[in-house]
Design a protein around this ligand. Structure first.
Ligand code: GUN
Length: 291
């Protein structure tokens, strides 16, 4: 059996079209143009690309967006003051401070400084807590993308055993909180594996649905999964590849070529979770503007 591909490009495009219609309706019926402020500190090359893509995606669905570029040497106090100004700026319904930040700035303080009503990353502890108690305001973009890939790909997690590899605050922990809820598109039995897990392969072999968010290239191999598993690969890792022009290529946390012979369905890297993240950011921004 060769796995079905769950196509993140196609599914994210459908979500963008839905967001575009919602933006048009908000403009026409309520005179609101959803606005997103994106803050970029320094020139981290990956962040520069991400921020450019986020800005373009906003424009494509008719949102207002500004990128605030700040020098890497900016003080923590100045950055917090910029966030405070954006909190009070009515043009912006969403604020995103691109991470990572330079080492002299405490990311936790920045997360806490964003008005929770404008926290479209859904990183603020209030918003994370709201997910856990089943009253979400926003859903964090990457876990929300994973959930949509499952639902729209035809693999509802309800009643299934979902095994998540990785306990980060950005993916593993919020995804656990989302999928364990008693609601449509969730209602799963969830196991979270991490660097303290003994016999990782024992746990991954129990999965009906495996979410790989471990942050290491191709650590999930064919011997670690059972026939018929559905796999969502959150990993984006650069590995050397002399056969490409750039000298590297992107691979996931899953050994795609080996695992695809056993899985029922799998997301590719690139073209799986990656494009979903921006689509869910747009969705959160329109939600912030509408409420
Ligand atoms: N850096 C990498 N991913 C993200 C994200 O989803 N949000 C923010 N703010 N920074 C990131």
């Amino acid at each position: 059996m060769t796995a079905k591909i769950i196509d993140g490009n196609k599914i994210s495009e459908a979500i963008r079209q839905e967001v575009k219609s919602q933006v048009e309706e908000l403009k026409e019926k309520r005179g609101i143009t959803p606005g997103l402020a994106v803050v970029l500190v320094g020139e981290n090359p990956a962040s520069v690309v991400y921020v450019r893509n986020k800005g373009r995606a906003c424009q494509e669905v008719g949102m207002y967006t500004e990128t605030i570029r700040l020098p890497a040497e900016i003080s923590e106090a100045e950055l917090l003051s910029t966030v405070a100004q954006l909190n009070n700026d009515l043009k912006f319904h969403g604020i995103l401070v691109q991470f990572p930040l330079p080492r002299h700035i405490d990311e936790g303080k920045v997360i806490n400084a964003v008005n929770p009503n404008k926290d479209v990353d859904c990183f603020h502890p209030i918003n994370v807590g709201k997910i856990l108690v089943g009253e979400p305001r926003f859903l964090p973009c990457t876990p929300a993308g994973v959930q949509q890939l499952l639902i729209r790909g035809g693999y509802d997690p309800g009643g299934k055993h979902v095994v998540i590899c990785g306990r980060s605050n950005i993916v593993g922990k919020p995804l656990l909180a989302m999928l364990v809820q008693k609601r449509a598109g969730a209602n799963a039995t969830v196991t979270v594996c991490h660097t303290g897990t003994n016999d990782l392969a024992y746990h991954t072999r129990q999965a009906d649905i495996l979410v790989a968010a471990a942050g290491s290239p191709r650590v999930i191999t064919a011997d670690m999964v059972r026939e018929g598993v559905v796999i969502i690969d959150v990993g984006i890792n650069r590995v050397e590849d002399p056969s490409t022009k750039s000298g590297y290529r992107l691979v996931g946390d899953v050994d795609f070529d080996g695992v695809k012979e056993k899985a029922e369905a799998i997301t590719p890297v690139p073209g799986g979770v990656g494009p979903m993240t921006i689509a869910m950011l747009l969705s959160n921004t329109v939600k912030a503007a509408a409420s």
